[in-house]
Design a protein around this ligand. Structure first.
Ligand code: SIN
Length: 280
């Protein structure tokens, strides 16, 4: 426990954790320390953790309740773990657009965990962005305007749908063509930290509730650009056995698609959240 190190990877978001072996059960004190580090840094990174699927599930269960992904079937023996794969012949990667996971569900997930199994020798990094900072750096006028708004999120936006196609073709669920849509507060209050975070994303958000897409577009376009300013982000370079654990309530991510002809295999677990609550 005393050997655990917390090393921020940028000024905005993300910390690498050292001195912990995730394959062994975490004691309550270590768990509490990791949870606080996660709330402080939004994304935790661990290196050299080649967990078996059972160990990965056991680690995830220490932080929450595991839920399944609506579009793609999990591993045959471990349906709660979905393979996030890009094969050598494929062109489009899963999750290669800025987003918060499945924001189109009525109750979007609290968190996601991604464990690297095979990575290209170069490329295939993941970017993360801090949505507290995105909110806090808006003008007071914009904060007032957004504080009263809800946004409609849909699973059917073209750029996001495209990133799922290869995986649905390979192991889509029976209802993989279902459409999910949910309206959530544009500014959500984090249930654990009490901080306000911007909760729209370019992959899923289609319009403000009660407005047309055309009316919504100018402000949403500004927010999509603003929320991923370089000073709100970090970039994680994967190695086999690297594990990232992010908070979908206050962080977004984007898988960089820059490794054409190479294979990348990751395992993902998603943890249940609660319905986003707004804060004017
Ligand atoms: C995802 O959006 O869950 C995938 C992220 C990644 O592959 O880096």
């Amino acid at each position: 426990m005393s050997d655990i190190g917390i090393h921020p990877v940028s000024g905005a978001v993300g910390a690498e954790i050292t001195g912990v072996d995730l394959a062994t059960g975490l004691d309550d004190q270590t768990l509490g320390m990791l949870r606080q580090a996660w709330l402080d840094h939004l994304v935790l990174f661990f290196r050299d953790q080649p967990l078996t699927p059972a160990q990965f599930l056991a680690f995830a269960r220490r932080f929450g309740t595991i839920i399944e992904y609506p579009f793609v079937k999990g591993l045959d023996d471990y349906p709660e773990i979905i393979p996030v794969v890009k094969l050598e012949r494929e062109r489009i990667n899963f999750g290669g657009v800025w987003h918060s996971d499945t924001a189109y569900l009525d109750v979007p997930p609290m968190a996601s965990m991604l464990l690297a199994r095979e990575v290209p020798s170069a490329g295939g990094d993941t970017l993360f962005a801090n949505m507290y900072l995105a909110y806090e750096t808006l003008s007071e006028g914009m904060k007032r305007l957004l504080g009263g708004l809800r946004a409609v999120n849909s699973s059917s936006k073209a750029d996001a749908s495209r990133t799922r196609e290869d995986r649905i073709a390979e192991r889509g669920r029976a209802d993989a063509r279902a459409l999910y849509e949910a309206a959530h507060p544009v500014v959500r209050v984090h249930p654990e930290t009490g901080r306000k975070a911007l909760y729209v994303n370019v992959a899923h958000t289609v319009r403000f509730d009660g407005m047309t897409e055309e009316e919504s577009a100018p402000i949403l376009t500004f927010l999509y650009r603003h929320q991923v300013r370089p000073e709100f982000t970090c970039r994680f370079r994967w190695q086999p056995g690297s594990l990232a654990f992010w908070d979908n309530r206050c962080a977004q991510h984007n898988a960089v698609n820059d490794y054409a002809g190479h294979r990348r295999v990751m395992h993902r677990i998603t943890l249940a959240g609660d319905g986003p609550v707004g804060g004017a």
